[in-house]
Design a protein around this ligand. Structure first.
Ligand code: FDA
Length: 286
C-alpha cells in the first residue's frame, strides 16, 4: 500500500512536505498542505493535528513557500466535540492570518456539510477572511448552499466530491455530476467568488477554462492532487494559469490511502493503471 501511495503523498514528515512544496514552487506551481489525520478518536489527537498545522504555517513562512493549508474538520475533532473543533480551527485561521496565508476547509462526507458551512460562516462573521470552503458538485444541495453563502462571496474550491453518498442526496451519474459542476461554477462566478477549480477531468477543465476566460488571472485558480496529471498541470502553468497542488503528508498515510480506496474504488483503478504505466513504458492503460 505504501509503495502504491508513494506518488500521492509527500512523505511521513514535515521536512518531506517542505521539500515537495519547494519543488512545486520551482515549477511555478502553488501548493496547499494537508496534514493526514482524519481518523482521530480522541481530543488529544485533534490537538496534536492542530499543533502540526501551526508547524506547517511556520514552515511556510520560514521557507517563503507559496503555499497555504487544507484542513479536514474531523481531524480537528468535529465528530468528537464541536466546540473543541471550532476553537482549534479558529486558532489555525488566526495563525495563518498573522503569517499572511490562507486556510481551506476541506469538505468531507455529507454528515459534516451543515457543521462545516456553519463554522465557515462563523469565522467570516468574525471578520476572518483568509479562510475558504469547498463545494461538491455531486450533492443535490450544493447550488442552494452556494446561494446561501453568496452574501459572503466565499473563496470556494469546487470539486466533484469523493465520498460515497446515497442517491437521495447525491447525483450518481457522472455526466450529471459534470453538468452540476458547470452550473456550480457559473453560480460562483456570478456571485463574485474567487474560485479554485479542482478537477483532473479534461472535459471539465476545458469547460471551466472557457468560463473563466476573460476573468482576471487573480480571480480563479486550478487545483490538482499531488502525483496526478502532472504534465497537464505544467502545461496549464505554462499557459499562464495559477495552479495549486494538494500535498498530503504525515504518518497516517495508510489510513488515508485505504480510505481513499474504500471511498472510491475507481481510485484503485487509477493506482493500478499508474503502476502498469510505469512497468510497461510507453503503454497508456487509460
Ligand atoms: P475523475 O475522477 O473523472 O478523474 C479524471 C481523470 O483524472 C481520471 O480519468 C484519471 O485519469 C485522473 N485521476 C483522477 N484522480 C486520480 C488519482 N487519484 N490518481 C490517478 N489519476 C487520477 N473531494 C471532496 O469530497 N472534498 C474535498 O475537499 C476535496 N478536495 C479536493 C482538492 C483537490 C485539489 C482535488 C483535485 C480534488 C479534491 N477532492 C475533494 C476530490 C474530488 O472530489 C474528486 O473525487 C477527484 O478530484 C476526482 O474527480 P475528478 O474531477 O478529477 O474527475
Amino acid at each position: 500500500m505504501q509503495r502504491l501511495s508513494a506518488p500521492y503523498i509527500a512523505g511521513p514528515t514535515l521536512a518531506d512536505a517542505r521539500g515537495t512544496v519547494a519543488s512545486l514552487n520551482a515549477e511555478g506551481k502553488l501548493a496547499t498542505v494537508d496534514v493526514l489525520g482524519e481518523e482521530i478518536t480522541r481530543p488529544d489527537e485533534a490537538r496534536a493535528i492542530s499543533v502540526a498545522y501551526h508547524e506547517v504555517l511556520a514552515a511556510i513562512e520560514q521557507d517563503l513557500l507559496d503555499a497555504n493549508v487544507s484542513v479536514k474538520l474531523t481531524a480537528l475533532g468535529l465528530k468528537l466535540n464541536l466546540e473543541l473543533c471550532r476553537g482549534l480551527l479558529e486558532e489555525v485561521v488566526r495563525d495563518a492570518r498573522a503569517r499572511r496565508t490562507f486556510v481551506r476547509i476541506d469538505m468531507e462526507d455529507a454528515s459534516c456539510t451543515d457543521d462545516t458551512l456553519a463554522l465557515y460562516r462563523g469565522l467570516r462573521e468574525q471578520g476572518l477572511d483568509n479562510v475558504g470552503v469547498v463545494f461538491q458538485s455531486y450533492l443535490k444541495r450544493t447550488l442552494a448552499d452556494i446561494a446561501d453563502l453568496a452574501d459572503l462571496r466565499p473563496n470556494a474550491r469546487l470539486c466533484k466530491g469523493i465520498y460515497l453518498e446515497p442517491a437521495a442526496i447525491a447525483f450518481q451519474d457522472g455526466d450529471v455530476v459534470r453538468r452540476s459542476f458547470v452550473s456550480c461554477l457559473e453560480a460562483l462566478i456570478a456571485s463574485g467568488s474567487y474560485v479554485a477549480v479542482a478537477t483532473h477531468d479534461e472535459w471539465l477543465l476545458e469547460e471551466s477554462l472557457s468560463l473563466v476566460k476573460g476573468l482576471g488571472r487573480d480571480t480563479y485558480e486550478l487545483q490538482m492532487l499531488l502525483g496526478v496529471r502532472e504534465a497537464r498541470a505544467s502545461e496549464l502553468v505554462a499557459a499562464g494559469h495559477r495552479l495549486r497542488v494538494y500535498v498530503p503528508f504525515g504518518r497516517r498515510w495508510y489510513e488515508y490511502s485505504l480510505r481513499r480506496l474504500q471511498e472510491n474504488p475507481k481510485v484503485a483503478g487509477y493506482v493500478a493503471a499508474d503502476v502498469v504505466r510505469r512497468l510497461v513504458p510507453g503503454r497508456s492503460p487509460r
